[in-house]
Each structure stands twice: as C-alpha cells, then as structure tokens.
Design a protein around this ligand. Structure first.
Ligand code: MN3
Length: 202
C-alpha cells in the first residue's frame, strides 16, 4: 500500500521557538520522532485495508473496534501521530494570553490564569515517565488531564475537545533542559499559540 498518513509540515521554522525550544530539538522531534509514529502506524494498517479509509481521530475514538493484533500499535503510534500533529499547531512565536470567551472559561474553571498555570504545571511535572498534559473542554467545561505514553483524552472520552497539550516526553526537552522538566514547562508558556487554542474552544 501507499503510506496513508504523512508528516504534516510545521507552520514555522525549526528555530522559531528559540530560545524556549531549540531548533535541534524541534527538528529531531518532528522529522524523527513524529515520522516514526507515522511509519509504524502505516505499517500496522498495512494488513488491515478496511481501516485505511478512517482518519486517525476515527481510529483513536473507537479503539475497541480495532482488531486486537494491531490495537496497541494503533493506540501508540496513531496516538503519537495525532498528539504531535496537534502539538505543532498549538505552538508559536507570539507570546500572549488567552482573551475573550476562552479567558472567561479559564477563569471560571480555575479562578485565575495564574491558578490555571499552577495546576497545569503541577500535573505536567507529575506525569510519571513519558506522557502529555491536556486542557480539555467537555461542552465548555474545562479541565486539565494528564495522560501516559501517547494516550489522548479522546480515547476514553470521544466527545471532548482538546484545547491545548504539552508533550512531556524527554525527547521534547532533553537536549536543552536535560532532567529539568519543570524548566521546560515554564518556558513553554511563552510559546503557546493562544489564537489556535481560542479557535478550538469556539
Ligand atoms: Mn513527542
């Protein structure tokens, strides 16, 4: 078969997020790590042509329907492809803060932007081993959800909307931050694409 899923181009240059995320990390993360998830997802689907019509979101929101022999591969590598595709769009070089309805919803759920940050930081720092932390909207109700490995909240709650996500795998920060995950998380607040987050919320 031809490769069904392909690597999306980054909407900015590898060095666009400097100094918060270095160009080398971005390049390896995108061209090696993300590409590997795509290759392995395509390989898993090779023997199951009936699944090749589905989007990655359709695969992940209905994992129980995936044949057992490739379910773990679809969950891991499909999750990896989905999470990274999303992650790239949620980063940008324009520092800012949420505004409008999104800001209201954050203040409503967490009291203030600062308290939202504290809770997000705590959950992201607390992910044991490799995983992600997400800001999730369930019909406008916001919560912060950590996940392990390449899981995504839509796997267990297909109806939620992912607003924001942070990759806390070591490959996302090790070159620049080594074991200092909290410093990476702190830096990430400077490169969130809040316009994109607001679009997803609306
Ligand atoms: Mn990653």
């Amino acid at each position: 078969m031809s490769a069904k899923f392909t690597l999306p181009a980054l909407p900015y240059a590898y060095n666009a997020l400097e100094p918060y995320i270095d160009a080398k990390t971005m390049e390896i993360h995108h061209t090696k790590h993300h590409q590997a998830y795509i290759d392995k997802l395509n390989a898993a689907l090779e023997t199951h042509s009936e699944l090749q019509q589905k989007t990655v979101e359709e695969l992940l929101t209905d994992l129980n329907s995936i044949p057992e022999d490739i379910r773990t591969a679809v969950r891991s590598h499909g999750g990896g492809h989905y999470n990274h595709s999303l992650f790239w769009t949620l980063l940008g070089a324009k520092p800012g803060r949420p505004t409008g309805e999104l800001a209201k919803a954050i203040n409503g759920a967490f009291e203030s932007f600062e308290k939202f940050q504290v809770e997000f930081n705590t959950k992201a720092a607390g992910v044991f081993g490799s995983g992600w932390t997400w800001l999730v909207s369930d019909k406008g109700k916001l919560s912060i959800v950590p996940t392990v490995l390449q899981d995504n909240p839509i796997m267990s709650s297909p109806k939620v909307t992912i607003l924001l996500g942070l990759d806390v795998w070591e490959h996302a920060y090790y070159l620049k931050y080594q074991n200092k995950r909290p410093e990476y998380i702190e830096a990430w607040w400077n490169i969130i694409n809040w316009e994109e987050v607001a679009k997803r919320f609306a």
